[in-house]
Design a protein around this ligand. Structure first.
Ligand code: GUN
Length: 298
């Protein structure tokens, strides 16, 4: 079996088309969706993400501003920027790009963002609301994974989803999204992590396997049952002198071998990546819709 490719680029483009209409509707009510991104330092991967956020926002007709601070910025300086954005009535969404430099306590910064502007969905209030099934904002990467599944005809309802990785950004919130008794969810969820003995025992039982460990090619073909839907959240830079930039991106699954066993698979790049940025735009439009008194779609 050769797997069908799930193109994140295509699904993201479809959602962005829908967003253009929603943006027009809020603009008609006098509210222009505004996303503020805070970037501290010059980490190359972070700079690349921030550029794609700015491009995406412009594409759907939103306002975006990136506030850049030097790598040596103090925690107090970052908090000051967050406070200013919290107070700014024109700003609907605030995202502080992670990771932050060592001298800054990430948790302190994320906790300072007003929950109603927390388009990352990382504030403890939003994490709690997600867990009890009453979310305001779904975290972007796991929400993107859910949309990729549903829109590629692989609705997770009633399926066994095995997630490898328990990060606060992907593994845990994805489990919280998929186990809700809701459309596009209602799955049986297993989470594997570094403390799991014999991960393959679980991955071989998956209908849908999500790799989010941040380890290049950690999932090998012998860990995958024929016909599994494989979603690769990993974005790992590995040295490759043959590339102009000196590196290439690989995921957390051994793509070449697993595409011969899976029924569907996401590529890296071009799979989950474009979805993350798109779901951030979705959350910002949601925040603006709330301000404009427009009911957001589910
Ligand atoms: N760095 C890597 N992924 C993310 C994300 O989803 N949000 C933020 N703020 N930073 C990140």
């Amino acid at each position: 079996m050769t797997a069908k490719l799930i193109s994140g680029a295509e699904v993201a483009a479809e959602i962005r088309e829908e967003l253009k209409t929603r943006v027009k509707n809020v603009v008609a009510k006098g509210v222009k969706p505004f996303l503020a991104v805070v970037l501290v330092g010059e980490d190359p991967a972070s700079m690349s993400y921030v550029t794609s956020k700015a491009k995406g926002a412009a594409e759907v007709g939103m306002h975006e501003e990136t506030i850049r601070l030097p790598a040596a910025a103090s925690e107090a300086e970052v908090l000051q920027v967050v406070d200013r954005l919290n107070k700014d009535k024109n700003v609907h969404g605030i995202l502080v790009q992670l990771p932050l430099p060592k001298q800054i306590d990430e948790k302190k910064i994320l906790d300072r963002i007003l929950p109603e502007k927390d388009v990352d969905g990382f504030h403890p209030i939003n994490v709690g609301k997600l867990l009890i099934g009453e979310p305001d904002f779904l975290p972007c990467t796991p929400h993107g994974v859910q949309q990729l599944l549903v829109r590629s005809g692989n609705n997770p309802e009633g399926k066994h989803v095995v997630i490898c990785g328990r990060s606060n950004i992907v593994g845990k919130p994805l489990a919280a999204i998929l186990l809700q008794k809701k459309r596009g969810a209602n799955a049986t969820v297993t989470i594997c992590h570094t403390g799991t003995k014999d991960i393959a025992k679980y991955t071989l039982q998956a209908d849908i396997l999500v790799a989010a460990m941040g380890v290049p090619k950690a999932i090998t073909a012998d860990m995958v049952r024929p016909g599994t839907v494989v979603i690769d959240v990993g974005v790992n830079r590995i040295v490759d002198p043959s590339k102009e930039k000196g590196f290439r991106l690989v995921g957390d699954v051994d793509y070449d071998a697993i595409k011969e066993k899976a029924s569907f698979i996401t590529p890296v790049p071009g799979g989950v990546g474009p979805m993350t940025v798109t779901m951030l735009l979705v959350n910002t439009v949601r925040a603006a819709e709330r301000k404009a008194g427009i009911q957001s779609p589910e």
